[in-house]
Ligand binder design. Structure first.
Ligand code: PMP
Length: 410
């Protein structure tokens, strides 16, 4: 209700509240979750692929056998056992002791979202600039907006962030007398595009940031959800100085537990812990124990394979359906992993304006505008393929294509 006449508190809010607006995705969830609607709008993992009975038994044991720890307060940085496990998880993608990763420098967070908020708290003053891919993760835009920072988007193509465009953006920001504080990037199976930054561009992006004195905030929730071979190594595996690595168990295990982490440069680690303690005292001991127990007692590598297989089949289903059914003039990304496809609509179509007609036709997506700080993106949409089964995906694309055809005929 911020900024409306219905809100008696308007004059009392802190300045940072003025920029707070409801995310388009949240607003969509209520309608998109009706059973008759095929929702390609969400970003939820397919939790039914987990062995839920076994997970349930494990959770029960956490309370009955170890409740004195799991139901108690813990330390702000997060449990050492879990931080050690996190280092093993990161080592799988090349972030290991050799590049300075250690449990000492891991801070456990309440999902990847708190990790983003902490980095923003540490580095952003009102008016500071953040560079980010255009489009970028909607939840990061919310964090940067609350920090009263300005997001400058850097264009991407099918190989990810364009290094030349990054150089231009840095120069443009400098020309206006400001300095970008960091590059926020999701280099692997990006949300919302599904696009992956190529090996060659990874080195160039790191070089450009280093030369410009720009920190890099690498957000990597999807790197382990690859369908066609391993993803390129994260930026943090290539460079340790000035790179913050953020990830989460939300997509590889379960988002309901809200466990994520930051691997921070050593010098910053203490400040992150202090900021986190001020926010939440400590992450949930129960949730941390659940993840630790999952990683130490259950076949999580096998589960990761299962997630990959389920999503690969669904990725194939959405790409096949789009190839068969989408009107001429529509283009889309071909993700090698993750949860999303990004579609670009034929000229003249507006994904935001079309949304009520799509809902009436019982299909939902997220309009591209949700992923830009500046209201652009009307010609695009994000489509999720992780949650609906393949036949529902095809039906959703059939409905969507038919709405688009009607719009084009109008
Ligand atoms: N970063 C990105 C790029 C994401 O897509 C998400 C989840 N949608 C998050 C961070 C937040 O993750 P979590 O659910 O663990 O808070």
């Amino acid at each position: 209700m911020t900024g409306t006449t219905l809100d008696d508190y308007t004059d009392r809010y802190a300045r940072r509240v003025r920029g707070m607006t409801a995310s388009e995705i949240r607003a969509l969830f209520a309608v998109a979750s009706r059973p008759e609607v095929v929702s390609l709008a969400g970003g939820a993992p397919y939790i039914s692929a987990l062995p839920l009975d076994a997970v349930g038994e494990m959770l029960g044991r956490l309370a009955s056998e170890n409740g004195a720890t799991t139901l108690q307060y813990g330390i702000g940085q997060g449990m050492l056992d879990l931080r050690e496990q996190i280092c093993e998880v990161m080592a799988l993608s090349g972030i290991d002791g050799g590049c300075g990763a250690s449990p000492e420098d891991v801070v456990v967070t309440v999902g990847g979202q708190q990790a983003l908020d902490l980095v923003a708290r540490l580095f952003l003053d009102p008016g500071d600039v953040v560079l980010a891919e255009g489009p970028t993760y909607v939840g990061a835009l919310g964090v940067f907006q609350t920090a009263q920072a300005q997001v400058v988007h850097v264009p991407m193509d099918s190989d990810g962030l364009i290094p030349e465009a990054l150089e231009l953006a840095i120069a443009e920001v400098a020309r206006t007398g400001r300095r970008a504080k960091f590059l926020y990037t999701i280099p692997t199976f990006q949300n919302p595009t599904g696009v992956t930054l190529t090996e060659e561009r990874r080195e160039r992006v790191l070089d450009i940031c280093e030369r410009a004195g720009l920190l890099v905030v690498e957000d990597d929730p999807y790197g382990q959800l690859s369908f066609d071979g391993e993803a390129p190594a994260p930026l943090r595996a290539r460079r340790r100085d000035g790179v913050f690595y953020l990830s989460t168990f939300s997509k590889t295990f379960a988002p309901g537990l809200r466990v994520g982490w930051i691997l921070a440069p050593h010098a910053v680690r203490d400040k992150l812990v202090i900021a986190s303690e001020a926010q939440i005292l400590c992450p949930s001991a129960f949730a941390q124990s659940a993840v630790t127990s999952y990683l130490t007692t259950m076949p999580w590598r096998e589960q990761l394979k299962t997630y990959r297989e389920v999503y690969r089949e669904r990725r194939d289903a959405i790409l096949d359906a789009m190839g068969d059914l989408m009107p001429t003039g529509t283009t889309w990304t071909e993700p090698g992993g993750g949860l999303f496809v990004w579609a670009s609509l034929p000229d003249g179509l507006d994904s935001k304006a079309m949304m009520p007609r799509a809902i009436a036709a019982r299909v939902a997506y997220v309009p591209g505008t949700g992923f830009y700080a500046d209201g652009t993106g009307t010609g695009h949409m994000r489509l999720n393929f992780s949650f609906p089964p393949p036949e529902r995906i095809r039906e959703g694309i059939r409905r969507l294509a038919s709405v688009m055809e009607q719009e084009m005929a109008m």
